[in-house]
Write a protein of this length. Structure first.
Length: 701
């Protein structure tokens, strides 16, 4: 079976060396398997006839039955064309041909009914069909000729077209492949899984995904192939997890000791939310099992992840281990360092900060204190995973990530101790469950789905440009109450086309509206040097400036509890999750906070939905779900690098049900048969043996 999939593409009849090379270069198709899995990007619907009235430019292709009313050749030379009009009981439509005019003119008979098939388009503001295929209509013949079907369309390239491999050309090759070799593909899913999940068999699925006769066949085929794809992905992820749990022992945090209790009873300035308590319990259980923990902690901005991480760290320290906390940027590492110190107070624990800008001398003493075991907690950036950084006994690692640290980077941390440390990955970008299940499918997941009590939900308002003065008035009121305001712009340099307000314009308007000496403004954007940025940020943090005008650089991690208003200019230009992240910058203090979305009057349908969603809800998980539906999984921020999402057919936004089905199926398999030893799972056992190169779980160690 695998032999078939790996057969070089040039062996296929009709391909050969030259076209084979072109297919490889242009589309990455180098084997039979690649070609078989080169799926149509759409299907041209010839399963139904449209009425003339129904024809719209939204349809990619239409097929109509219409009677010819008129035909004439117009224009001269290059502009010469055949224009015809056809009609049915709902209306009439213009048809145009630019080539093969004479022959077409002779063939078309006024008064006869035809099946016309073409892509609808606009010309001079009028809907028309250009170059339709035309066939005399015959109520019997239409069906018997088999043109009532879904025609596959494949993406091709200019270069391939020179080798006659346009969509139709590729279609022909796939037809040959299916006809000659793929009629009896070996099944790769166990029989009981196929029947339990009501799937069609593999050969039929490939046949019907390329050449479905109707929508039902197409649906069954794609259901089967998507299931297969997601099933093997989940099988790999959960197998990795099992493998890790079997292979890696974990430190046992047997007791709750002085540090945890002292902090909990005397230092913690608030009561934990029940979500925080639940999460802590999950971590506590994980760290008693003798198995390395790999847990993802998801929670919206402000949900209080840091304190959960910190208390887990105290638990580790109580059991005699060192700990570290890694953040993606220096600013964030710094902030963690400050807030941890504030929560712990002085002289409670040995805590140090290590980033790229730590001076050599300080760095050296940190290294020493780590190796001697004196340092309890090290907070920092990527600098932490450098080889030079050696711990005496690292037992617990917190990774606060904006963008996912790779498996390799996590693995580097594991190697810093003979028994790998427990790992807690925190993310403030809520992602839908199904996406988490795939991106982080090999981790356990905790969710803090509740904000601390007393937190007033941020009020979000959408203003059009004509309410600008109201917005300024509101800013002034809030500033008069002693609060601070962010104003965020999407771009630094103006793009004429998009007519975006640029930051400089914005600063000018703001300075006029909020003049010195009464108002002071900080300006921060990506083109400032790090030092200037820090200087400006600091003025705002200290309250010396009341307004922070910025581009999205402030998205990452500033924490100014006194800031109560977030104004987002051209809000329609931002993605949903970005809007949500920006909004999370306010609402950090006790005061009622506001987010004002400024936009143009002209909004796309999607832009409108984004703004409406923001006004309606502050629930990060709900927003993430809508974002996923709108943008598709490939565009989820920071996730592009992750190979997990290179799915051929399945789509994590639209195929969530199939994903859940696949996940549950795999969970059930491992529950019953961890080693895949049962005869009925033999195919799955083979799957892993064949794919020795794919043993990513071996590399993790
Ligand atoms: P996150 O990292 O999840 O965005 P933080 O951990 O920074 O959130 O917490 C946000 C703020 O809420 C911090 O000032 C923190 O001290 C505070 N906080 C955390 N948990 C609680 C709680 N249970 N009750 C009240 N305030 C809390
Ligand atoms: Mg945080």
């Amino acid at each position: 079976m695998d032999d078939f999939f790996q057969t070089p593409i040039e062996y296929l009849k009709g391909v050969g060396a030259v076209r084979g090379e072109a297919l490889k270069k242009e589309l990455g198709i180098s084997s039979y398997g690649d070609l078989l899995q080169y799926f149509p990007y759409k299907y041209i619907d010839r399963t139904r006839f449209y009425k003339v009235k129904e024809v719209s430019s939204d349809l990619s292709f239409v097929q109509i039955i219409a009677r010819l009313k008129h035909k004439e050749i117009v224009g001269e030379k290059a502009a010469k064309r055949l224009v015809a009009v056809a009609f049915d009981e709902t209306g009439s439509l213009k048809l145009v041909w630019f080539q093969g005019i004479t022959r077409m003119f002779q063939n078309l008979i006024v008064g006869k009914a035809y099946v016309f098939f073409a892509k609808p388009g606009f010309f001079n503001g009028k809907l028309q069909l250009a170059h339709p295929e035309a066939e005399l209509y015959n109520s019997e013949g239409a069906k018997s000729k088999g043109n009532l079907a879904l025609q596959p369309a494949y993406i091709s390239t200019e270069k391939l077209k020179r080798f006659l491999l346009d969509s139709k050309g590729i279609q022909k090759l796939i037809a040959i492949l299916l006809e000659q070799y793929a009629r009896n593909l070996e099944e790769n899913l166990p029989a009981y899984i196929i029947s339990n999940n009501q799937l069609i068999n593999r050969s039929l699925a490939y046949q019907n995904i390329h050449f479905p006769e109707n929508f039902l066949q197409l649906k069954e085929a794609s259901q089967r192939l998507k299931f297969e794809e997601l099933f093997f992905l989940q099988l790999k992820l959960l197998k990795n997890k099992l493998f890790r749990e079997q292979k890696f022992k974990g430190n046992v945090f047997g007791k709750v000791g002085y540090y945890f209790n002292e902090f909990y009873n005397h230092k913690l300035p608030f009561a934990l939310t029940s979500a925080q308590k639940r999460t802590l319990k999950e971590i506590r259980l994980d760290t008693q099992k003798g198995v390395q923990m790999n847990r993802l902690l998801q929670g919206d901005v402000g949900s209080g992840k840091t304190v959960v991480a910190l208390m887990s760290i105290l638990l580790a320290i109580d059991n005699g281990y060192q700990t570290c906390m890694m953040a993606p940027t220096e600013i964030l590492a710094n902030q963690h360092f400050q807030s941890v110190k504030q929560l712990l107070g002085d002289d409670f624990l040995e805590v140090a900060l290590l980033t790229g800008s730590t001076k050599t001398k300080a760095r050296r003493s940190i290294h020493e204190d780590l190796e001697s075991g004196k340092l309890n907690l090290l907070i920092g950036t990527h600098a932490l995973i450098e080889d030079k950084v050696q711990f005496k006994n690292l037992g617990f690692v917190v990774i606060d990530e904006q963008h996912r640290f790779g498996v390799e980077q996590r693995a580097k941390l594991w190697r810093k101790n003979s028994i790998p440390p427990h790992i807690l990955v925190m993310t403030a970008t809520p992602i839908p469950r199904t996406l988490a299940m795939t991106l982080y499918g090999d981790l356990d997941i905790s969710v803090i789905n509740e904000l601390p009590v007393g937190r007033k939900p941020i009020t979000t308002i959408h203003f059009f440009e004509n309410s600008r003065l109201r917005m300024f008035g509101f800013m002034k009121e809030e500033i008069a109450k002693g609060r601070q305001v962010y104003v965020v712009y999407p771009l630094i340099k103006e793009s004429e086309k998009l007519d975006l307000k640029n930051l400089e314009d914005g600063v000018e308007v703001m300075s006029r509206e909020f003049p010195l000496p009464e108002y002071r403004i900080s300006i921060v954007h990506g083109q400032l040097s790090a030092a200037d940025k820090a200087f400006e940020m600091n003025r705002f943090v200290k309250g010396e400036t009341r307004i922070m005008v910025a581009t999205t650089v402030i998205e990452v991690g500033v924490n100014v509890p006194n800031a109560s208003v977030m104004v987002i200019e051209n809000a329609e230009r931002f993605g949903l999750s970005q809007l949500h992240q920006l909004r999370g910058r306010v609402g950090r203090g006790a005061e009622q906070s506001y987010c004002i979305l400024m936009s143009n009057h002209k909004l796309s349908k999607e832009g409108k939905l984004r703004l409406e969603t923001m006004v309606r809800t502050t629930d990060g998980f709900e927003i993430a779900e809508i974002d996923l539906q709108l943008r598709g999984p490939g565009n989820i921020e920071g996730k592009q690098q992750s190979g997990v999402l290179d799915l051929k057919l399945a789509n994590l936004a639209t195929d969530q049900e199939i994903l859940l089905q696949a996940r549950q199926t795999v969970e059930a398999i491992f529950k019953e048969d961890q080693q895949l030893e049962l005869p009925k799972n033999q195919l799955l056992h083979q799957h892993f043996q064949q794919k020795t190169e794919g043993l990513s779980w071996n590399k993790i160690s």
